[in-house]
Ligand binder design. Sequence first.
Ligand SMILES: *Cc1c(COP(=O)(O)O)cnc(C)c1O
Length: 378
Amino acid sequence: MNSKIWLSSPHMGGNEQKYINEAFAENWVAPLGPNVNGFEEDLEKFLGQDSKVAALSAGTAALHLALVECGVEYGDEVICQSMTFSASANPIAYCGGIPVFVDSEPETWNMCPKALKEAIEDRIQKGKKPKAIIVVHLYGMPAKMDEIIAVAKEFNIELIEDAAEALGSTYKNQPCGTFGRFGILSFNGNKIITTSGGGALACKTQEDKDKTVFLSTQARDNAPHYQHSHIGFNYRMSNIVAGIGRGQMEVLKDRVEARRSMHDFYVDLFKNIDGVTVFSESSSDFYSNHWLSAIIVDPSIVGKTREDLRLAFLEDNIESRPLWKPMHLQPIFANAPYYGTNVSEKLFGDGLCLPSGSNLSEDEKVRIAKVVNDFFGN
Ligand SMILES: *Cc1c(COP(=O)(O)O)cnc(C)c1O
C-alpha cells in the first residue's frame, strides 16, 4: 500500500524544539512565560494594524471569549456563516445563545452580504437585534469585508472574524483577522501553522486584550487572596505550546508560499478538464493563503461526482474531503433560523478539498496527478 497523502499535515520549521528546550531550562512549564509573550509579539508584528493578540488554548476558546466580551448571554441571537466548521457556531451555544445562520455567496464561498442584511432586518422585525456577527474566511479565502462591515456598521452590531483558516491571507492588502472587533486564529494540527493545538484572539485595543487574558486565566481580581467578580475560563496557552508557535512563525511566510503553489499546481492540473473549477480569488482584492485547495465538480459535465473522485483518491491512499457541510443542515442546528438561497448546499454537494500541505513531495504530486488524469481519462 502506498503511504498516505494527507489533506493537511503539520510541517515543523526546525527551531520549535529550541524554544521548548529554553522553556524547560528556565522552568517556564506553565501557562505563561517568555514563549507566550514572544509568540504574541510575533503575531502582533505579522498582523500589524496595531493588533493586540492574546494566545489561548484553542481557536474555539478564542471565539468563546470574543462572544463573552461582546456581551452574548442566554437567549441572545448571534449571526453566523452557515458554511463553516462547527467550531464557528458551537461557542454561541456555550453562551446559551441562539445561532442564526446566513448563506454564502458563490465568489468567496463566505457570508453573503445581502442575505446578512435580510437576516438582520427580519430578526429585528421579529423583536430581537442580533448581538454579534461571525464571518468566516473559508479555506483562507477572505470574505467580502467591505460589504460585510458596511452592514455591521449600519445596524451597529459587533463583528467577529473567524480567521482560523486564514492566517497570512489579506483583503485589500489588510490581514484577515484585523477587520472586526475580534479576530480568531487557530493553530490546530491541520492549520497552516500549528502548535499541536492552540489559538489566539486578535483584539483592536489593549483593553480588550487585557480582558481576554483576565477571562482566560480564571478571572482573578486584583487581591492577595482568590477573589472573583466574573465567571472565568482556563483558556490560556501553555508556554511549551507557545514555543512551537515561535518556531512556526519563523516559517509562516514560506508556508503561505507553499500552500499557494499547491493551488497553482491544481490550477494547472485541471486546466484542460471540463466541468472542474478550482476555487480561486475572484479579483486582486483577495489574497488567499490557500490553506486548503478545493474544486467544484459539475456532474452534468463530468458525468461523475465529487464523491466518485474522492473514492478514486482513497483507492490510492490519498485523503480528500467534501467541503464543510453547512450548519443549517446539521442535525444539531436543525431548528436554528437560516437566511439565504441554496448556495452553500450546492457547494457542499459538488465541492471537494484536495491534499494541500506545504510539505507534499514531488513524488506525492505525481501520484495525485495520476489519479486525476486516470479519473478524467486524460
Ligand atoms: C479550526 C477551526 C476552528 C477551531 O479552531 P481550534 O483551534 O481547532 O479550536 C474554528 N473555525 C474554523 C473555521 C476552523 O477551521
